[in-house]
Design a protein around this ligand. Structure first.
Ligand code: F6P
Length: 325
């Protein structure tokens, strides 16, 4: 019997995490379950940093970026002693199950804990990177894309005014989902992602071709994990040296991609997944991630969600090639 559910946010924050917290808290209230918020991710579990949350405690947070529960990447929880402390706090507070909102690192922590103590854990995918198998969208991805599109549209204005080539670095850790989708969204001339790593000579060839086709300015979206160059600045130096006709600039968008009010898509996604997590726990499910596949709620084992990498959509690559002609 599940009577009391704890919820935490872990790893890099993502817009829409608050909407997911709200959904978990309100679904608990709907089903007359107690809900406890855990602060600073697994670190709060180790330290017993808990707060009971009722439906009014989460009012108006659906529109806020970041996470009211704070987030952390806990080192203590990586050790058995830390996890034992966490379990002791869970027992003291009579908590029956845990909802982890985060990415694959957070799910790894949740799965280890679940297996060690035979404790029910459910994951909700919350990361801007969209790099988790078992869901077409992670919470925060859509908002980050919209933020990037808004920023790069502005860069485009100045790029065209000066006939410049801009390398714009975007986040995504080891994955190119953010770069590929944002790149198509801004009409980038070139998109560099780690799943391709096209190499410097090929990049130069493509940029020269683009220049010859009559383009006077250029936007290249670079995923932070891409290894076409050592880093985005090396790319810039290489192209400037080999294409003197271009004035080259670099823009690293950085953490602004993680902030801001969540998009409607992320709010709705987080709301659906938050309710599903509570309902799944009530049905006795554990060690699964709730996600979205073909716009339907889907369950994926945490093991699969952690190990599998969400593949790059080849169709998107094809489209980007056609449109950058
Ligand atoms: O996983 C989300 C993410 O924003 C990645 O895209 C990025 O590589 C990383 O987190 C940055 O982490 P931090 O905030 O610790 O610098």
């Amino acid at each position: 019997m599940i009577n009391k559910i704890a919820v935490l946010t872990s790893g890099g924050d993502a817009p829409g995490m608050n909407a997911a917290i709200r959904a978990v808290v309100r679904a608990c209230s709907f089903y007359q379950l107690e809900c406890v918020g855990v602060f600073r991710g697994f670190q709060g579990l180790v330290e017993g940093d808990f707060k009971t949350l009722g439906p009014r405690d989460v009012k108006y947070i659906i529109s806020k970026g970041g996470t009211i529960l704070k987030s952390a990447r806990s080192k203590d929880f990586m050790h058995p002693e830390g996890r034992q402390k966490a379990y002791n706090h869970i027992q003291e507070h009579g908590i029956d199950a845990l909802v982890v909102i985060g990415g694959d690192g957070s799910f790894t922590g949740g799965l280890t804990f679940s297996e060690e103590f035979d404790f029910p854990v459910i994951g909700i995918p919350g990361t801007i990177d969209n790099d988790i198998e078992g869901t077409s969208h992670t919470i925060g991805f859509d908002t980050a894309l919209n933020t990037i599109v808004e920023a790069v549209d502005k860069i485009r204005d100045t790029a065209t005014s000066h006939k410049r080539l801009f390398f714009v670095e975007v986040m995504g850790r080891d994955a190119g989902h953010i770069a590929l989708n944002a790149g198509i969204g801004v009409g980038a001339e070139e998109i560099l992602i780690p799943e391709e790593n096209i190499g410097l000579p090929k990049l130069l060839e493509k940029l020269k071709k683009s220049k010859e086709s009559g383009k006077s300015s250029c936007i290249v979206i670079v995923a932070e994990g891409d290894k076409t160059g050592q880093n985005v600045f090396e790319l810039s130096e290489y192209v400037e040296a080999n294409m003197p006709e271009y004035d080259v600039r670099v823009s690293v968008l950085g953490h602004l991609q993680r902030g801001g009010a969540p998009s409607c898509f992320d709010r709705v996604l987080a709301s659906r997944l938050g309710v599903e997590a509570v309902e799944a726990l009530r049905k006795g499910k554990s060690k699964i991630m709730v996600g979205l596949i073909n716009d339907k709620i889907a369950h994926t084992s945490l093991e699969k969600a952690i190990k599998g990498a969400a593949p790059i959509d080849e169709e998107m690559l094809r489209i980007s090639d056609i449109l950058s002609v």
